[in-house]
Design a protein around this ligand. Structure first.
Ligand code: S5P
Length: 276
């Protein structure tokens, strides 16, 4: 049976969550009236910071891949955190952990990037089984962090379908304190439980593979519109990368225009959803 989370506002849904990172994201979305997340996939600190400062006013969340930054240092993290305060957004390092519990705990806490110390949210592939959640939560839970499981992917030919997706949602249901939601292409409500059972778990769904002008790229990425993602598929956050900063990360005026455009498209689709 379909519960009614899809028709609740982001503000109302804050009360369905205990995890501080989930609450922070919903509060930010409600306060700034945006369900846009920007994925800042560039290799130079200068471009990384310029894009974040340009899109900051329009986003609820900034998604990072810090391992692609060539001139990474701890100062960059301080600058990212300062922007997160200045512009009021949540930070999500898209690390896609995928190893045994002991290894992911080390990768999350240590090394050059020390992700757990600054990223409110991170994500993991469910492929190792529940031990990946225990490993990451041993580090992240005491810090008030949240985890997203990748239950589906946006790419052509993805193996994350069918019973893999269902089992991953079941894993999440068993770890509600730390798993706040999914990277997926549609609402995961009712998945992994019997059809006649009421689903009381309000998971957040953050969705990449969003573009208004292109249908995909030459490497298997597939794009859908904010309307398809938020209204038709019941996802909560649109994640947009190249659709916003294109091929020229230094053209900040153009980036601002695109960010506003995606923000408005995402919010309109959400308003139509909650008022339907
Ligand atoms: O299924 C997925 C999961 C993720 S997290 N498909 C994705 O594209 N992503 C990430 O979203 C990907 O790593 C990239 O950072 C972003 C999409 O970027 P874009 O430029 O194609 O919008």
């Amino acid at each position: 049976m379909m519960a009614s989370f899809l028709r609740q506002t982001y503000g109302q849904r804050i009360h369905n969550h205990n995890n501080p990172a989930a609450k922070l994201l919903l509060e930010t979305m409600e306060r700034k009236k945006t369900n846009l997340a920007v994925s800042v996939d560039v290799t130079k600190s200068k471009d990384f910071l310029a894009i974040i400062d340009a899109v900051g006013p329009f986003v609820c969340l900034i998604k990072t891949h810090v391992d692609i930054i060539e001139d990474f240092d701890q100062l960059l993290i301080k600058q990212l955190q300062d922007f997160s305060v200045k512009h009021d957004f949540v930070i999500f390092e898209d690390r896609k952990f995928a190893d045994i519990g002991n290894t992911v705990a080390l990768q999350y806490s240590s090394g050059v990037h020390k992700i757990a110390s600054w990223s409110h949210i991170t994500n993991a592939h469910p492929v190792p089984g529940p031990s990946i959640i225990s490993g990451l939560s041993s580090i992240g839970l005491p810090l008030g962090r949240g985890l997203l499981l990748l239950t589906e992917m946006s790419t052509k030919g993805t193996l994350a379908v069918g019973s893999y997706t269902e089992e991953a949602v079941r894993m999440a249901r068993a770890h509600r304190d730390f798993v706040i939601g999914f990277i997926a292409q549609r609402s995961m409500q009712g998945i992994g439980i019997q059809a006649d059972t009421v689903d009381g778990d309000d998971f957040l769904v953050l969705t990449p593979g969003v573009g208004l002008d292109a249908k995909g790229d030459s490497m298997g990425q597939q794009y859908r519109t904010p309307r398809q993602v938020i209204l038709e598929s019941g996802c909560d956050v649109i994640i947009v990368g190249r659709g916003i900063y294109g091929k020229d990360p230094s053209f900040v005026d153009g980036i601002r225009v695109q960010a506003k455009r995606y923000m408005e498209a995402g919010w309109e689709a959400y308003q139509e959803r909650v008022s339907s």
